[in-house]
Design a protein around this ligand. Structure first.
Ligand SMILES: Cc1cc2nc3c(=O)[nH]c(=O)nc-3n(C[C@H](O)[C@H](O)[C@H](O)COP(=O)(O)O)c2cc1C
Length: 369
């Protein structure tokens, strides 16, 4: 029988499915629910030392629907937690008292000051959390205070802040990366150089959901106005898979002892299998839980186990990164195809259509041939 149990950066997890930082980990009540439903770990909603500086607005969500009505894209302009830090510290303690063997990770964000990062790490650590995720990636609101993705886009600052955190704790430290950058390996490498034990990728993709054609106002509309937000759900999965592939390739070649947590549009065991095949140690789910509820972890685990049984993989390590060697350059694809064609006398039946062939086929169809 295959097993989903895994140990990542010393954290013992019953399965690789983690609650991602966001509404599904927004207070002790829902974190408790997540553990009871069987989630492998919970990464709580991002906290900062002074919640009075965080002011949320309403509405803060807008959705993209497929023709079937299914939500496939989700925009949010939500900030980090606006609950007082002291409440969080109390809830972290109570959570660890109730679930001493389950993994609780604090997601933290602070201003660009060493003393602030040291203080938030020390106080969360004293409350008993098992590790840290550093939110360097929220794309809206916080960058105005030089926080979130403003830090994540600057490799020098990333390296320095990861260094401050790593010097303060022996617990695992994951740097959560922004996708709103051209080459994600550069900030990823800087965070690991600074001492992060792992990376999480990706946070939301900066977006504008749309414009209301009656009012001519962009959405979500707050007092007639909006701001660019963060895009999540299954529409961003291909972007997340590409970025996980790039980070995993960098980690594998340069720093193979570091971990990678993949997220962005994961809703099923099959989705999770793809992230692990591209080098992720764990996978996280945020919008999927908002769409389907905490119970979705069970079918996800069952589907991932079914995939493992089909391929006779006993552990996650048996297939982690197994699809990475099949990425190459476009020039190499051309060479490989030319070599294969040269080795064959007759053209293969699956040759892709060129534009010319498409026109010929359409003409033939029009003539009824
Ligand atoms: C409403 C909402 C709030 C979020 N808040 C946070 C947050 O506080 N901290 C954080 O690191 N990520 C936050 N995220 C980002 C998610 O953790 C995740 O990186 C992103 O949504 C992609 O994953 P998904 O498609 O599974 O949602 C939030 C996402 C949503 C939709």
């Amino acid at each position: 029988m295959p097993t989903l149990a895994t140990t990542v950066d010393g954290l013992k997890l019953p399965n690789p499915f983690l609650i991602a930082s966001g509404p599904p980990g927004t207070n002790l009540n829902v974190i408790t629910r997540a553990f009871k439903e069987g989630w492998g770990a919970v990464i709580a909603k991002t906290v900062s030392l002074d919640a009075s500086k965080v002011s949320n607005v309403s509405p803060r969500y807008a959705k993209l629907h497929a023709a079937s009505g299914e939500v496939i894209g989700w925009e949010n302009i939500e900030l980090i937690s606006d609950r007082p830090f002291a409440h969080w510290i109390d809830e972290f303690k109570r959570c660890k008292d109730q679930f001493p063997d389950r993994v609780l990770i604090a997601s933290i964000m602070e201003e660009y000051r060493r003393d602030a990062w040291v203080e938030i790490v020390e106080r969360c650590q004293a409350a008993g959390v098992d590790g840290f995720e550093l939110n360097f990636s929220c794309p809206h609101g916080l960058p105005e205070r030089k926080m979130g993705s403003a830090m994540g886009e600057d490799p020098e600052i990333l390296e320095q802040v990861c260094g401050w955190v790593k010097a303060t704790t022996k617990k695992p430290v994951w740097a959560k990366m922004t996708p709103n950058i051209t080459h994600i390996e550069e900030p990823g490498r800087a965070a690991l150089r600074g001492g992060a034990t792992g990376l999480s990728a990706i946070n939301t993709v900066r977006c504008v959901m749309g414009v209301n054609l009656d009012t001519l106002r962009p959405e979500p509309t707050v007092e007639g106005y909006t701001t660019a937000g963060g895009y999540s759900s299954k529409a961003i999965r291909p972007i997340a898979l590409r970025m996980v592939m790039e980070l995993a390739t960098m980690i594998r070649t340069e720093l193979p002892d570091r971990s990678l947590s993949g997220l962005g549009g994961i809703e099923s065991g099959a989705d999770a299998a793809q992230f692990i095949l591209l080098g992720a140690d764990t996978v996280q789910v945020c919008t999927g839980v908002m769409k389907f509820g905490y119970g979705c972890v069970k079918p996800m685990c069952d589907e991932l186990l079914g995939f493992m049984a089909k391929h006779q993989f006993e552990t996650l390590a048996d297939f982690k990164g197994k699809s990475l060697p099949y990425f190459t350059t476009h020039a190499d694809l051309v060479q490989k195809q030319a070599a294969r064609k040269a080795a064959q006398q007759t053209p293969p039946s699956d040759t892709a259509w060129t534009g010319d062939e498409f026109v010929k086929q359409s003409d033939a169809l029009a003539k009824g041939e």
